[in-house]
Design a protein around this ligand. Structure first.
Ligand SMILES: Nc1ncnc2c1ncn2[C@@H]1O[C@H](COP(=O)(O)OP(=O)(O)OP(=O)(O)O)[C@@H](O)[C@H]1O
Ligand SMILES: O=C(O)c1ccc[n+]([C@@H]2O[C@H](COP(=O)([O-])O)[C@@H](O)[C@H]2O)c1
Length: 220
């Protein structure tokens, strides 16, 4: 895989030193993707372009220990994620978190990728709501040591729009991704479907067709 320079580097915040130009850059973008929506795809595209990622791993969560609700079956979320991210350059849908037993911890994925690509710089891609919650994640100190935290703002009051940093982690290296903030959420999409409202503007067409064909989210 060749190393391409970033089209326009994401804004560095705190100690987000860039990886040297010749170093492989691998992104990790996890989510419930229940369902994946257009902003998920926009965040991924933006991360690839602005960081200059050689590969972005998009990972549907296995067991989301931190979510109060049960997720839809992994097989369906994986299928929708594959449809949503199909054709996005440098992007690969990676099913390892679904295949892993036990609660999904991002540090396990980062350590696996680090072992697979020992010379690479890893970038963790998250939305601002998760940046706000990062201090609660399993082994967050190790996450901050291994990965540069790359944050997309959300238009819902979560913090990346304002003063920025990871709580209790002054040593974290952070980047702000530049894309217009949206308030699109999977929660709202599920609720719209349950109320019989349209979602075509909110999810990729292939995902909308999958949801319709499989009668997903008929009850909120
Ligand atoms: N509108 C958005 N803007 C920026 N980041 C987002 C947005 N929606 C989701 N993300 C980020 O994408 C990742 C995966 O999110 P997830 O699959 O949980 O979607 P969600 O819309 O937040 O879902 P839910 O409403 O079910 O909690 C997380 O890092 C989340 O912060
Ligand atoms: O590792 C953890 O402790 C941890 C805690 C909360 C969230 N995550 C990951 O963060 C990603 C986004 O989470 P969510 O809830 O926005 O879908 C997803 O890949 C989760 O597995 C990871």
């Amino acid at each position: 895989m060749g190393v391409s320079p970033p089209a326009s580097a994401g804004e560095r915040i705190g100690k987000a030193e860039e990886a040297p130009a010749a170093q492989l850059r691998i992104g990790v973008y996890g989510g419930a993707f229940d369902p994946p929506h257009r902003t998920h795809v926009a965040v991924a595209r933006c991360a690839v372009e602005q960081i200059g990622l050689d590969a972005l791993h998009v990972l549907p969560t296995g067991q989301a220990w931190h979510k109060p609700r049960a997720l839809s079956p992994a097989k369906q979320r994986l299928a929708m994620t594959q449809l949503a991210f199909a054709g996005l350059p440098h992007t690969v849908v990676d099913g390892r978190e679904i295949a892993r037993r036990g609660p999904t911890y991002t540090i396990d994925t980062l350590e696996e990728l680090q072992a697979e690509h020992p010379a690479a710089q890893l970038y963790l891609v998250i939305g601002a709501d998760q940046a706000d919650a990062l201090h609660t994640w399993h082994r967050v100190g190790d996450i901050a040591r291994i990965a540069i935290i790359s944050v997309a703002a959300r238009a819902d009051g979560t913090s990346a729009a304002g003063p920025f940093g990871i709580k209790n982690l002054p040593q974290a290296r952070c980047l702000r991704l530049h894309l217009p903030p949206t308030d699109v959420s999977a929660t709202d999409i599920r609720s719209r479907i349950a109320q019989g409202m349209g979602i075509d503007q909110l999810v990729p067409c292939a995902v909308a067709r999958y949801i319709e064909r499989h009668h997903l989210y008929q009850t909120a």
